[in-house]
Ligand binder design. Structure first.
Ligand code: NAI
Length: 286
C-alpha cells in the first residue's frame, strides 16, 4: 500500500476542521473541501485559535503552529481531491449524501485511494456498498474535540480489506492517536454505550426528577465522570445525539433505544447545545 501522505477532508465543520488540524500538525498536507466558503473560513479561524492554545500550553512552538497552518489548503471544488491518498469525510450525517460523496470520489480518485468516514452512526457496510471498490471504505471515527481526544474508533465494513484496515490503523498511530478496531454495527461501541446514557439523562429532565445541573453533578460526583451527560450532549450536539438514538432504535428495533420526547423537542426548537448557543445550558455566542 502506498504511503498515505496526501490527506483530503470533506466537510469543514466542527469535526472536519479538527481532523485537518491533527493531520497538519503531524506533518501531512491536507486539502479541506466544503460546499460553503464561509465554513472553510470559519474552519481556518478555529484551527488558528486551537493551534495558538497549544502554543500557549507549550505543546507546540510558534513556528510549528505556522508550519501546520501552511500545510492546510481549502477549496469548494470537489474535483481537486483527485490526487489524495486518503479522503476522510465529515459532512452531514445522512446516508444518501455520504453515499453520493463516495460515488463522486470513485469517479475522480485513484483505485487504491482510501475513503474513510467519520460517521457517528451510519452503517459502514451500506456506505461501502456505494463504492465500485468497497474494500477501500472504512470508518475513522474521531471524537470531539479532535485535537484533545485520544481515541479513533476504526470501523471495518464487511467489505473492508485487511490491507486498508492495517494502513488506517498505522496512520492513526502516526498522528499520535490511539486506534481501536470494531466491526460494523449500529452506533459501533462508544456511541452505543454513550448515547443511551445521554438520552436517559434527558428523560430524567423530561420527568422533572432533578435539574440538569444536579443530574450532571450526580454523575460527576457519584460515577466519577469528568463531565455530566447533559453537558456532554450539549458538546456533541443534540441533533447528533438524536441521530444516533434513531439509528440505534431503528437498527436494533428495540424500545430501549427510543429517543426521549424532550430530545426531539430540543432539536425541533433549534436548541442543539453549544453550537446553537442553547441546550441544557446557555452558551453565549461571541
Ligand atoms: P458540522 O455541521 O459542524 O459540519 C459539517 C460540514 O459539512 C459543514 O461545514 C457543511 O457545510 C459541510 N457539508 C455538508 N454537506 C456537504 C457536502 N455534500 N460536501 C461538502 N461539505 C458538506 O458537523 P460535525 O459535527 O462536524 O459532524 C460531521 C460528521 O462527523 C457527521 O457525520 C457526524 O455524525 C460526525 N461526528 C460528529 C461528532 C461531533 O461531536 N460533532 C463526533 C464524531 C463524529
Amino acid at each position: 500500500m502506498t504511503e498515505l501522505s496526501k490527506i483530503g477532508v470533506i466537510g469543514a465543520g466542527t469535526m472536519g476542521s479538527g481532523i485537518a488540524q491533527v493531520f497538519a500538525v503531524a506533518g501531512h498536507h491536507v486539502l479541506m473541501q466544503d460546499l460553503s466558503e464561509p465554513a472553510l473560513d470559519r474552519a481556518r479561524r478555529s484551527m488558528e485559535t486551537s493551534l495558538q492554545r497549544l502554543v500557549k500550553k507549550g505543546s507546540l512552538t510558534e513556528p510549528q503552529a505556522a508550519a501546520a497552518m501552511a500545510r492546510v489548503s481549502s477549496t469548494t471544488v470537489f474535483d481537486l481531491l483527485d490526487d489524495r491518498d486518503i479522503v476522510i469525510e465529515a459532512i452531514i450525517e445522512r446516508l444518501d449524501v455520504k453515499a453520493e460523496v463516495i460515488r463522486k470520489l470513485d469517479g475522480i480518485c485513484r483505485h487504491d485511494a482510501i475513503f474513510a468516514s467519520n460517521t457517528s452512526s451510519i452503517s459502514l457496510t451500506e456506505l461501502a456498498a456505494a463504492s465500485a471498490h468497497p474494500g477501500r471504505v472504512i470508518g475513522m471515527h474521531f471524537f470531539n474535540p479532535v485535537p484533545v481526544m485520544q481515541l479513533v474508533e476504526i470501523i471495518r465494513a464487511l467489505q473492508t480489506t485487511d490491507a486498508v484496515a492495517e494502513a488506517v490503523t498505522d496512520l492513526t498511530r502516526a498522528i499520535g492517536k490511539t486506534p481501536r478496531v470494531s466491526k460494523d454495527s449500529y452506533g459501533f461501541i462508544v456511541n452505543r454505550l454513550l448515547a443511551p446514557q445521554i438520552n436517559e439523562a434527558i428523560n430524567c429532565v423530561y420527568e422533572g426528577l432533578a435539574t440538569p445541573e444536579d443530574i450532571d453533578s450526580m454523575m460527576k460526583l457519584g460515577a466519577n465522570h469528568p463531565m455530566g451527560p447533559l453537558a456532554l450532549g450539549d458538546l456533541i450536539g443534540l441533533d447528533v445525539v438524536l441521530n444516533i438514538m434513531e439509528t440505534l432504535y431503528q437498527g436494533f428495533d428495540d424500545p430501549k433505544y427510543r429517543p426521549s420526547p424532550l430530545l426531539k423537542q430540543m432539536v425541533a426548537a433549534g436548541y442543539l447545545g453549544r453550537k446553537s448557543g442553547k441546550g441544557f445550558a446557555d452558551y453565549p455566542q461571541h
